[in-house]
Design a protein around this ligand. Structure first.
Ligand code: CA
Ligand code: CA
Length: 237
């Protein structure tokens, strides 16, 4: 007899056969959906969506900078889009840090914004983690609430698996993330190349590995196949 665990193993083995990896990076492979912007409390009407770097800082010219980052058009039926029926196995966000610094706290954004118009003032005194503008709690923190260089310069790879799953299942509206400094001591700004970074390869990179959710017919075929194997095994026996 085939054990349940063997059937489970067979089903598990069947799924990754069609696994795929999607990458999203502004200007690469035709992707054009990344937006990012720094909101400067020290220069609250400054429109900075075009800048080649963004900066998260508890004290830039004496007061905080907030950063917004999003990747649009991740889901759909085009070649490099996550399809309906595909499940996110893993996702990473890769940033090229240009200035080592204190740290970053990542929050889901719950209200809409656009990098062409977002400033400290248009967003209403920067970003509030009030459960309306942004989530109340960070889903990821890197670094610490100190003025040390807790995040080194160079490549930073972050696990965004759950962040992508929330987007896919509609748990968040898909407005990206607020990147906020540790307060009050995260005074060593963290900078990284933006979607306007000169080199495409330096821009924020989202990598998403997916596997298909097998259709009911797939299960039926697989179980039928296993049934035949089981039948032969019994006849031999
Ligand atoms: Ca930008
Ligand atoms: Ca606000």
């Amino acid at each position: 007899m085939l054990s349940k665990s063997l059937i489970a193993a067979a089903l598990f083995a069947a799924a990754p056969a069609f696994a795929a990896t999607y990458t999203f990076q502004q200007g690469a492979g035709g992707y054009d959906g990344t937006m990012d912007v720094t909101l400067y409390s020290s220069d609250p009407d400054a429109s900075s969506g075009y800048e080649q770097e963004v900066s998260i800082d508890a004290s830039d010219n004496g007061s905080p900078n907030h950063v917004l980052l999003r990747f649009d058009n991740l889901f759909g039926s085009a070649a490099n889009q996550i399809k309906t029926g595909e499940t996110v196995v893993s996702a990473t966000l890769t940033l090229q840090i240009t200035s080592a610094g204190s740290g970053i706290r990542f929050y889901d954004m719950l209200s809409d914004w656009n990098s062409a118009s977002a400033t400290w003032n248009t967003m209403g005194d920067g970003i509030q983690t009030d459960g309306l503008e942004a989530a109340m709690l960070p889903f990821l923190t890197v670094g610490a609430d100190s003025g040390d260089a807790n995040i080194e310069s160079g490549t930073l790879v972050l696990d965004f698996t759950d962040a992508l799953r929330r987007m896919q299942d509609g748990g968040v509206p898909g407005y990206g993330w607020a990147l906020l400094p540790f307060m009050p001591n995260g005074t060593n700004g963290v900078d990284f190349y933006s979607a306007e970074g000169f080199m495409v390869s330096d821009r924020p990179l989202l990598t998403v590995e997916v596997a298909p959710v097998p259709e009911p017919e797939t299960y039926a075929l697989l179980l039928a196949g296993l049934g035949l194997i089981g039948l032969r095994a019994r006849r031999r026996g």
